[in-house]
Structure formats: structure tokens, C-alpha cells
Ligand binder design. Structure first.
Ligand code: FES
Ligand SMILES: [Fe+2]
Length: 357
């Protein structure tokens, strides 16, 4: 799991006036809305005596710890320590990590890391969301699989014929053999990669932006109609073996509720078929170097994705899962937030990472 990327932590509708606890990257976070409705994301552990902030309440645009009532604003700074006399200052280190938040496409994204704004990777854009002529659906899936397996499955075009064999709606679109051409897309920046497939019945372009965001543009026959489908998905690792997947699904044909429910049902079926397969794969974490599986030419996008992961890991962004596990019951740690780059003393240590200089 990598820090320094945007993660979809919840659906907008899940966050009301009550705080919401979410787990991602094997750490706890609290989400809350201020009186303007703006969403905030903080590390969930109160630095006073380690209370769980998400069990508290929102008061005066702050999250109030349920234990002794310390209040933290959306920037993570403590604004009130009830036991302090009125004329005394709140200590500088009375603060928790606060993460940048963006609310888009009905999802609440938080940037879980400490990069300054100009260096942050982008949130994958879904331009068809709310756009004229497009119908969109959002689905949320929970998988007992490693997020990288889920991502790789997203750009695995050849499994459909076998794992979704009885999908009558899409039958005949995926054809093997000479008629199908796979081309790796040149990555346009340091965050992305992808590939195209051209075959008589199907044209597909797909790729990834960062470790947990993927997309696919398809043009194919559905029953008697041909049309465009656009998928955008945002995967959130809960820990090394569980993840959530938010799928935005857009189409420019066959609008209407009946088609919505048909497509929802088809997507559920696909997702469940994939989930059963992925949850049984071993090792749980896909191989990161060559020689532990046998990728084929049409799987170059996976190799490209793995190269990207290795590059990001070398930046010191990969959480050291074993070291984190070993913290055991006596210690805790947090994902560092951007304000840590300004120095000062922080009460809780940063999460252990690989290749950290
Ligand atoms: S533990 Fe949070 S206020 Fe004391
Ligand atoms: Fe699938």
C-alpha cells in the first residue's frame, strides 16, 4: 500500500452531520463536515490520551474528542482544551494529521500523504459524470483481495471469455486470435499507463492513473445496439487483503431506469465472478518482480503497472506492511500529512515505509 495518492474514503451520502470512521491503508481516519458542509479528514487518534475521534461529535466546525472534549478543526489543530485556563495558549504539538479532501463524483477523496500540493498526483477524472447525453451509475464493492490484484483484473481483457462465460449481453465481443490487436499506450506522465484492444466487435482503451485508479472506454454491441461505455474505478485498500472498489459507470445509449437495473445486475454478476477468483489467488499480493508468473503479450499493461509501482515504492511511499504489523498492541502510527513537512514536533510517529532515506 502506498502513501501519497488520493483515496476514495466514502460516498458523499454516507457523511452527514455525524463523524464517520473509515479505515484505509490499515490506518483509521475520521471524516466530518463543518457547518458549510465542507468535508474534512483527520487521523482518528486524539493526541491527548489517544481517544478515538470518530466516536465524538462535531462542535463549532471542529471534531470534539469523546474522552475529554479536545476540539480539532479541519486543519488538524487543537482549538480547545477544556481544562486549560482561558488565558493560556494551546501547545503547538496539540494537533493531529489533517489530509487534503476533494469531493467529486459523489465520492469523498482524501490525499493520504505528505506531498505538497504541486507535487501530488491527480484524481482520475470522470468527465461524463453529470454531462449531457450520459447516464451514470455508481456501485460499491467489497473484496477480500489485495488491491493490486483488483487493479490488474481491471485491465485483464482476456479473462472475460472464461470467468464471465455466460454473459449473454456481451457475448462475442471478446475474440481471441489474429483479429485482435493489443497496443500498449505510451504513458503520458509519471502516473499513468494503459493499452488499447482492437478487434472486429470490440474497441477498448483502458489504463490506470496511480496505484488505485483505473478506467476503461469501450465501444461494443449490447443486444442489438452499439454504444460507448466508460468505466472509472477507485480502489481503496482497507489493509493488505481487503479493499473497496467504487465503480462509476457511464453510457451514452440506452438511457432509462430499466437499463440501469439491468446493467447494475450484470455488473454485480461480473464483479462477484471476479471476486471469487481473485480472493482465491495466491500469493495474496501479486508478484512484484519477473519470474513468479507468466505474463503474456496482451498483459503488458500489467507489467507496466508493476513497473510504476516499483518506481513509486522507490520514492519511499510503500508502507512496510510487516513492520506495521509488528507494532503490535503497544504502539500506533499515522500516515504523515503535508503539514509535517513544515517541521515541529508531532506526537504520533509516521507509519513505517520501505526504501525511506
Ligand atoms: S483523549 Fe481526546 S481529549 Fe483526551
Ligand atoms: Fe471480470
Amino acid at each position: 500500500m502506498l502513501i501519497n495518492f488520493w483515496y476514495a474514503l466514502a460516498r458523499s451520502e454516507e457523511l452527514s452531520d455525524q463523524p464517520l470512521k473509515v479505515r484505509a491503508l490499515n490506518h483509521d481516519f475520521v471524516l466530518f463536515r463543518d457547518s458549510k458542509g465542507t468535508a474534512h479528514c483527520l487521523a482518528n487518534t486524539c493526541v491527548h490520551r489517544n481517544g478515538s475521534l470518530s466516536a465524538g461529535q462535531v462542535q463549532n466546525d471542529c471534531i470534539q474528542c469523546p474522552y475529554h472534549g479536545w476540539r480539532y478543526s479541519g486543519d488538524g489543530l487543537c482549538q480547545l482544551i477544556p481544562t486549560l485556563p482561558d488565558d493560556s495558549d494551546i501547545p503547538d504539538n496539540a494537533r493531529v494529521d489533517a489530509y487534503p479532501v476533494e469531493e467529486r463524483y459523489g465520492l469523498i477523496f482524501a490525499f493520504l500523504g505528505d506531498l505538497p500540493e504541486a507535487e501530488r498526483p491527480p484524481i482520475l477524472e470522470a468527465p461524463e459524470w453529470d454531462a449531457e447525453g450520459w447516464t451514470t451509475l455508481t456501485m460499491e464493492y467489497h473484496w477480500g483481495a489485495h488491491y493490486e490484484r483488483v487493479m490488474e483484473n481491471g485491465f485483464d481483457a482476456t479473462h472475460a471469455e472464461f470467468s464471465h462465460a455466460d454473459a449473454s449481453a456481451t457475448a462475442g465481443n471478446f475474440q481471441r486470435g489474429k483479429e485482435t490487436k493489443y497496443t500498449l499506450t505510451e504513458a503520458s506522465g509519471e502516473w499513468d499507463g494503459g493499452y488499447t484492444i482492437d478487434s472486429p466487435a470490440l474497441s477498448l482503451v483502458q489504463g490506470y492513473v496511480g496505484p488505485v485508479q483505473g478506467w476503461a472506454h469501450m465501444n461494443f454491441m449490447m443486444g442489438k445496439e452499439r454504444g460507448d461505455f466508460r468505466f472509472y474505478y477507485y480502489v481503496t485498500p482497507v489493509n493488505e487483503s481487503i479493499c473497496r472498489r467504487y465503480l462509476l459507470h457511464a453510457r451514452n445509449f440506452m438511457p432509462g431506469k430499466r437499463m440501469d437495473s439491468e446493467l447494475t445486475e450484470t455488473n454485480w454478476k461480473f464483479e462477484q465472478e471476479d471476486r471469487d477468483l481473485l480472493e482465491a489467488m495466491r500469493p495474496i499480493v501479486p508478484p512484484r518482480d519477473h519470474g513468479h508468473d507468466l505474463l503474456q503479450p496482451e498483459e503488458q499493461a500489467m507489467a507496466q503497472y508493476r513497473r510504476s509501482l516499483r518506481r513509486w515504492e522507490k520514492n519511499g511511499w510503500r508502507i512496510d506492511a510487516d513492520a506495521l504489523e509488528q507494532l503490535g498492541m503497544e504502539r500506533t502510527c499515522v500516515i504523515p500529512c503535508p503539514a509535517r513537512r513544515n517541521g515541529g514536533r508531532w506526537i504520533l510517529p509516521e507509519t513505517p515505509r520501505l526504501h525511506r532515506n
